[in-house]
Ligand binder design. Structure first.
Ligand code: FES
Ligand code: FES
Length: 156
């Protein structure tokens, strides 16, 4: 079935079954492999993207539920103010280890910062608790979110 979906500011035409997960469409149909497959059951957060600015698990989001919502992926998150701050902080703090979970971590952190520029520790815990990191980068993730939040409201 044909769908026109909005991905990173562009309209993309895809032809898939309506119950196809958004993750499959991004990776296998559109070739956007920055969003990762981990568990396929909303348990790990590796597949996190934004739908109208909200962090969602694309592995359990059927394409026919997306409609005309704006989908943002890791490939374009750096073009948003919160995403740019998060990515800079990630580099400054050298957060990444193997990297597999990190696009999902960055997407969840960016959604948090965009909706809550000054998150408390418990806000960070709540927002990030669904993103698993086998390498245990949690301490640096928290530090990077705090660094990024300190830059919030300074023009970019
Ligand atoms: S792949 Fe979607 S939450 Fe794990
Ligand atoms: S950096 Fe390796 S799983 Fe998170």
């Amino acid at each position: 079935m044909p769908y026109d979906i909005k991905v990173n500011g562009a309209i993309r035409a895809v032809d898939v079954d309506g119950d196809t997960p958004l993750l499959w469409v991004l990776r296998d149909v559109l070739g956007m492999t920055g969003t990762k497959f981990g568990c396929g059951m909303a348990l790990c957060g590796a597949c996190t993207v934004h739908v109208d600015g909200v962090a969602v698990r694309s592995c359990i989001t059927p394409i026919d539920s997306v409609g005309q919502s704006q989908i943002t992926t890791i490939e374009a998150i750096g073009a948003t103010a919160a995403g740019a701050r998060i990515q800079k902080a990630w580099l400054d703090r050298e957060v990444v280890q193997c990297g597999y979970c990190q696009s999902g971590q960055i997407m969840s952190a960016s959604a948090l910062l965009a909706s809550n520029p000054r998150p408390t520790d418990s806000d960070i815990d709540d927002a990030m608790s669904g993103n698993i990191c086998r390498c245990g980068t949690y301490v640096r993730i928290r530090e990077a979110i705090k660094q990024a939040s300190q830059l919030s409201g300074r023009g970019g």
